[in-house]
Design a protein around this ligand. Structure first.
Ligand SMILES: C[S@@+](CC[C@H](N)C(=O)[O-])C[C@H]1O[C@@H](n2cnc3c(N)ncnc32)[C@H](O)[C@@H]1O
Length: 278
């Protein structure tokens, strides 16, 4: 009964979600996002997540789309997706890239998750090869349901491919499960992020995972700066789901789920400075 009610709520609120998430006075006029075009984009994204096995919701994709649509075309930068699985989120991001004239760079091993490395606490939840989507599967899904002409594909382990890539990044979507993979992606993508840029993650309920974005040690060590913080840390972005948490108690709350991701921005700050005794 609870699950049915949650499903009904999800389905009945689809049009309102599209309208409310994309309701912004900042969307750049050159993208001509009329109400009809917003609805069309949102519905395509929703149906794509039904047609392609996808680890993230269309509402998360819409939140990422909003940041891209709000950025004037004069701001440089590609959209990078690290972690594509079967290409569900890539397909939806490719649609926004077509509207905005940007390139989507899809990075993945196309062999699933790498083996666990020592010290990675998230690795205990996964096995090597989980979430495999081959390059053929991903390109075929994007070709059928998205905008393949806007995409470039980078195959290989992030540790090997990301250090070799260059050029400005407007938005990065890092959906990579493991702490080691998150570390590598943020380390190599952050310097490329333009001042107006954003970095989204999917694993927003793990407070240890999210802690990277508040770790003064990490940001000092790799970028000699203070941490940027993370909007949605611990619960995900408030995009219509109910979630009280913590994650360890999820089985007690069958009608709740947090699945909307979180984000930070190059210009944001998550740094405490008030130490009255100093
Ligand atoms: C959860 S899936 C991505 C789901 C997808 N974004 C979606 O919404 O459907 C995680 C992906 O990250 C990739 N991945 C994780 N760590 C990686 C690494 N170190 N190098 C390359 N690919 C990696 C896996 O191959 C997998 O496709």
């Amino acid at each position: 009964m609870t699950r049915l009610l949650a499903k009904l709520h999800f389905l009945l609120t689809i049009p309102a979600s599209i309208f409310l998430i994309l309701q912004s006075t900042k969307i750049h006029p050159s993208y001509r996002m009329t109400l009809g075009r917003k609805l069309w984009l949102g519905l395509r994204m929703f149906f794509n997540t039904r047609r392609i096995p996808t680890g993230t919701t269309f509402r998360t994709h819409l939140a990422i789309a909003l940041k891209i649509l709000e950025t004037p075309p004069t701001v440089p930068g590609v959209v990078v997706e690290c972690g594509s699985w079967k290409g569900g989120s890539s397909t939806n991001l490719s649609l926004v890239c077509r509207i905005t004239g940007r390139t989507l760079v899809v990075c993945d091993s196309f062999r699933g998750l790498p083996p666990a490395v020592p010290g990675d606490r998230e690795a205990r939840h996964y096995s090597e090869g989980d979430y495999v989507g081959t390059l053929g599967e991903v390109t075929s899904n994007i070709r059928r349901h998205g905008a393949i002409e806007c995409c470039e594909f980078v195959e290989g382990w992030f540790e090997e491919t990301l250090p070799k890539q260059q050029g400005p990044v407007l938005v990065a979507f890092v959906d990579v499960d493991l702490e080691a993979s998150l570390h590598t992606c943020v380390r190599y993508l952050w310097p490329r992020l333009v001042p107006e840029g954003y970095l989204f993650i999917d694993e927003s309920v793990g407070t240890d995972y999210c802690a990277l974005f508040y770790s003064e040690t990490w940001w000092r060590r790799y970028f000699n700066t203070t941490p940027p913080g993370l909007i949605g840390a611990g619960t995900g972005l408030p995009l219509g789901d109910f979630y009280i948490g913590p994650w360890s108690e999820r089985d007690h709350h069958p009608g709740q789920r947090a699945s909307s991701g979180a984000y930070t921005g190059k210009s944001l700050s998550g740094h405490w400075t008030y130490y009255p005794e100093e």
